[in-house]
Design a protein around this ligand. Structure first.
Ligand SMILES: Nc1nc2c(ncn2[C@@H]2O[C@H](COP(=O)(O)OP(=O)(O)OP(=O)(O)O)[C@@H](O)[C@H]2O)c(=O)[nH]1
Ligand SMILES: [Mg+2]
Length: 236
């Protein structure tokens, strides 16, 4: 059974104090508007209408939380690059997205979705550089791979990997198609590891062999992100 199959919608968050307080581990999905973030969540959850998918870019406006298991979440983020008023972009970024991505303690990694036909736009590069400062891993899905031929897929993967090698050493990459449901097992392996939800056939491994890939933050604040560091951000 796909490991994220139990996913259900949990809540929509428009302001930081409303972030779930029971989260132990969560993975956020970022990328340009229309890149296929919500579709990827649906595909990984093996569900057709869990996250809202639309041909109109910019439909996901807030942080949408999907429960995968107790205390484990996928978070669908608003896309970037869609024409909005500069003031609207600034307030959404500074008031919600930037502090969320920078200081949210249960956030264990970022899935960056890029249309495989137009990868590594300027905004994608800015997001990569910016999130890299958290020291947390990024997994890139080159989405809509069904729109490319086999040969184009190979080239896209190789070219993006070459560029990534120059800018990040904490970043992995794969092809993905929500339409054809390709790349699902590969993505499950990475995200399952981050979320400590690996499909474990058979019995639990002996205690001595269990490894925690991501250290749990100590003294997690009640609202789930560090008020001290965020205060610093607000003062800048
Ligand atoms: N061919 C193809 N189309 C896809 C794929 N994934 C998404 N789409 C289409 O791309 C459009 C945007 O998909 P969404 O999943 O809503 O994109 P999003 O990144 O969540 O968009 P915003 O919420 O606006 O930021 C929809 O019309 C989807 O049907 C895919 O793998 N292949
Ligand atoms: Mg969306």
């Amino acid at each position: 059974m796909p490991i994220f199959q139990k996913a259900v919608f949990h809540t929509t968050v428009a302001k930081l104090p409303d972030l779930p307080t029971d989260s132990q581990r969560e993975v956020a999905f970022a990328g340009r508007s229309n890149a296929g973030k919500s579709s990827a969540i649906n595909t990984l959850a093996n569900h057709t209408r869990l996250a809202f998918v639309s041909k109109t870019p910019g439909r996901t406006q807030h942080l949408n939380y999907f429960t995968l298991d107790a205390g484990k979440y996928f978070v669908d983020l608003p896309g970037y690059g869609f024409a909005k008023a500069p003031e609207e972009i600034r307030s959404q970024w500074e008031g919600l997205l930037a502090p969320y991505l920078r200081y949210r303690e249960p956030l264990v990694g970022l899935v960056l979705i890029m249309d495989s036909r137009h990868p590594l736009t300027n905004l994608d590069l800015q997001m990569l550089a910016w999130f890299a400062q958290t020291g947390k891993p990024i997994h890139i899905l080159l989405s809509k791979a069904d729109k490319l031929t086999r040969q184009e897929q190979t080239l896209a993967l190789r070219d993006v990997q070459t560029d990534l090698d120059k800018i990040s050493d904490n970043c992995t990459l794969q092809l993905f198609s929500s339409l054809k449901k390709t790349g699902v097992a590969e993505a499950e392996a990475v995200l399952g590891g981050w979320l400590a939800m690996e499909a474990r056939p058979g019995a639990t491994p002996p205690v001595g062999l269990r490894t925690e890939k991501v250290a749990r933050p100590k003294n997690r604040k009640a609202i789930g992100w560090s008020a001290r560091t965020a205060g610093g951000l607000a003062r800048k």
